[in-house]
Design a protein around this ligand. Sequence first.
Ligand code: DGY
Length: 319
Amino acid sequence: MARVVVTGKVPAVAVERLRAAHDVDAWDSESPIARGELLSRVQGADAVVSLLTERVDAELLDAAGPQLRVVSNVAVGYNNIDVPACAARGVRVTNTPGVLTDATADIAMALILMVTRRLGEGERVIRSRRPWQWGMFYMLGTGLQGRRLGIVGMGQIGAATARRARSFGMEIAYTKRTPLDGPTAAELGAVHVGLDELLATSDVVSLHCPYSPETHHLIDAARLSSMRRSAYLVNTARGPVVDEAALVDALRAGTIAGAGLDVFEREPEVHEGLLGLDNAVLIPHLGSATVETRTAMADLAATNCLAVLDGREPPNPVG
Ligand code: DGY
């Protein structure tokens, strides 16, 4: 029987599956575990099932000890994990791709609609009890038909977002290291372009790349100023892909028309400058936040963890 530490509250079905075979110590509060508590709980763990709010670095791996065999992240993004430090200690890392693709693409599409049609701003008018009146020129937004959506990072979530956008009449351009195969590109009606061309020609830019040192501040002041003044930026990937201070300046100056953000550079903090901007739609990292999706993510993380503990190849290895 192995010792499994679950670092945050996850749907019970996953904990039950782990408990059926192993000795499980699961954090049971919705507030994130304090670092000191985490470091003490992981001591002697054979497996750690982690949430994206927990940093799995050399300090944690050393605190766990040399018997640790797997870190199973309950997320598709794994920038909270020092993968080379795990590899150096022979610790497998796994993530949960696929099961959150539709939920996250739904949120990307929702943000595209919210920001282009000024829905957050409209809701704030109603809730503030300020007087309003239907008018020919009142709170006009931008239609999506015939507009170009630029997908930065055409993985599963990018492609699912493209499919949704196509049904709203948008044209698709994308960046990706290796271009899509012919049939997929044809199905999505998607053209492969470089990042500079994508930024200069898109009406909406939607970020779907993983966060890594290479994508830190990928969208900085210079890249924002290369976008159209009428364009919108949507981020459902990771906050630090965007230089948030530069984005605030760009939104204030009208360098771009608006932004829809599900993720932030220093979560759960949000740049003070964003809070006062009507052309920013801000939601608290809800990309995968449906009951079904979170259950599937936790279940898949349990599957990955159990596979490694049983000496089998996990379905979703990382690195
Ligand atoms: C992920 O899985 O990386 C998502 O950000 C979680 O919502």
